[in-house]
Design a protein around this ligand. Sequence first.
Ligand SMILES: [Fe+2]
Ligand SMILES: [Fe+2]
Length: 272
Amino acid sequence: MPREIFELSFSNGFARTLHERALGAIERDYPWDSLDPARYPPLLVARARFGWTENAFNEFTTAAAMGQMLQALVQARAPLDLIGMASRFAVEEVLHVELCARMAMRLGGGAPLHYDPEDLVFELDPSLDPLQRATEIVVRLCCVGEALSFPLLSGAMRSASHPLSRSILETIVKDEALHGKFGFLYLDWIAAELGPAERDRLGKAARETVDEYRSLWENTRSRVVDGVTSEGFLLEHVRELGWMEASAYAELARETIEMSVRGPLARVGILL
Ligand SMILES: [Fe+2]
Ligand SMILES: [Fe+2]
């Protein structure tokens, strides 16, 4: 299996200028200097470096998935308004990659992370037709992945008590709202044409995707007493570095599955 180390770069040619014109000068527009890593215990900083590197990597994989979704939508001849909406998502994910990676840099540099480039895209049953392919990707990526991450990121944003983590999360949350909504706009378009077998197949795909996300919140045992976590960190520090308190996060995740994923999918006849 080919393993790559997760590293990012800029061309530093004219493309860099064009990129900044399109997305804004991220170096200038966010209060990077306001975060002082020396204020936090080294172990917490190490965890935050790893966490923000993972965030950057997840945004990076989502950029690839958004590209794959766009290809599938075009091959399926989805309505042009839906294709147009989806076309903008990959560039937003690229912005999120940069924001999360710069946060990791601010904390001392990205943590080492290895991955297989072949894992960046969905592996689909080759016997599916273009429309079935598009629908499965939309369900997995937007109706589950993005619909789940939007409320969780919003929770982290409300919890973030430092101007840098908060401004990064505000940008990400603003974009992600539409990514999740897109999934259900797509299903509004196609729902009437989905037969029972196709709904069943999509329900299984959605279920599988939810299960892949579960480890994000299910293994947490951390509790807070008098503003200190069970690992001995100040909750205030945890929040400044961009996390929510762990049990509140797990609770929010379980609620989100019901309200933002299971419920809306059931309304179009797709049962988890
Ligand atoms: Fe994103
Ligand atoms: Fe997204």
